[in-house]
Design a protein around this ligand. Structure first.
Ligand SMILES: [Zn+2]
Length: 268
């Protein structure tokens, strides 16, 4: 499942390609996406991430809002726009659900499990974003948000209503980096400990963006390339292996139905 760094990677790559380009035609291949108006004639203004939403803003006040959910991804093919895929022999990438042809190339929404969503809305109506960890959340803000939260701190970091975009891989890595035991309740962390979490959030997410995301299974960037951040993971999926910080043994537990990896010896 794409998390914040993966979505940020797509937004940055896409923004660099489509800005100022004109849409020639849009094709909806999957009726499960619902009613999507024809986008032909619109020009791209820019692409920005809002939590894990991808906002593609068009000149004239429309925004295409994408959420990739479980298995959605975006794929770009450069080159001249071709006739509609439905009536030519050009190979269509498997699991394509939406295609946007524009002057400089073609953008595909690919999604094997079909949970991704697309909506077209007036740009002015976008909801206010929740705090974005890539832009920095102050330790005081973490402390205040967690003040009444009795859930484990790891589940709190993954609560998308409180904080946007941190999923299972990065929550485990952040708490390892901060030296915090993921089983502790969110409200038990002190201001100083939230300071360590804040620092770890920034370092780990920025590095993951610089590496174009983490490819454990099917993540690919806009150009179909694997990310490189899997080489930086210290605890995720390393149960039974040696802790690189203290020599202890990495363990795996279940929290909220998801695996959590941590070192009981050096995460307090
Ligand atoms: Zn350790």
């Amino acid at each position: 499942m794409p998390e914040l760094p993966e979505v940020e990677t797509l937004c940055r790559q896409l923004d660099g390609i489509v800005k100022g380009e004109k849409i020639l035609r849009s094709e909806v291949l999957d009726s499960l996406l619902g009613e999507i108006p024809q986008l032909a004639g619109h020009e791209f203004l820019g692409v920005a991430r809002r939590g894990k939403f991808i906002d593609i803003t068009l000149v004239g006040g429309l925004t295409v809002i994408l959420h990739l959910r479980m298995t959605g991804r975006l794929f770009y093919q450069p080159g001249q726009a071709a006739p509609p895929f439905t009536n030519i022999d050009r190979p269509l990438p498997a699991y394509s659900r939406l295609i946007i042809h524009f002057t400089g190339g073609t953008l595909f929404l690919i999604d094997p499990r079909r949970f991704a969503t697309v909506a077209v809305r007036p740009s002015s109506g976008a909801p206010a974003p929740v705090p974005d960890p890539l832009k920095g959340i102050a330790a005081r803000v973490f402390l205040e948000m967690a003040r009444t939260r009795t859930i484990p701190v790891k589940s709190f970091l993954m609560d998308q209503r409180a904080i946007a975009g941190i999923g299972n891989i990065y929550a485990s890595e952040i708490l390892f980096s901060a030296g915090i035991d993921p089983r502790r309740t969110a409200k038990s962390l002190t201001l100083g400990e939230w300071g360590k979490v804040k620092k770890a959030v920034g370092e780990i997410l920025r590095r993951a963006v610089a590496c174009r995301g983490t490819t454990i299974s099917d993540w690919r960037d806009l150009f179909g390339k694997m990310g490189k951040n899997q080489d930086n993971l210290k605890v995720y999926s390393r149960h039974g292996e040696v802790c690189r910080r203290c020599g202890g043994t990495i363990e795996r537990i279940k929290q909220g139905g998801r695996g959590t990896w941590f070192c009981p010896a050096c995460q307090k």
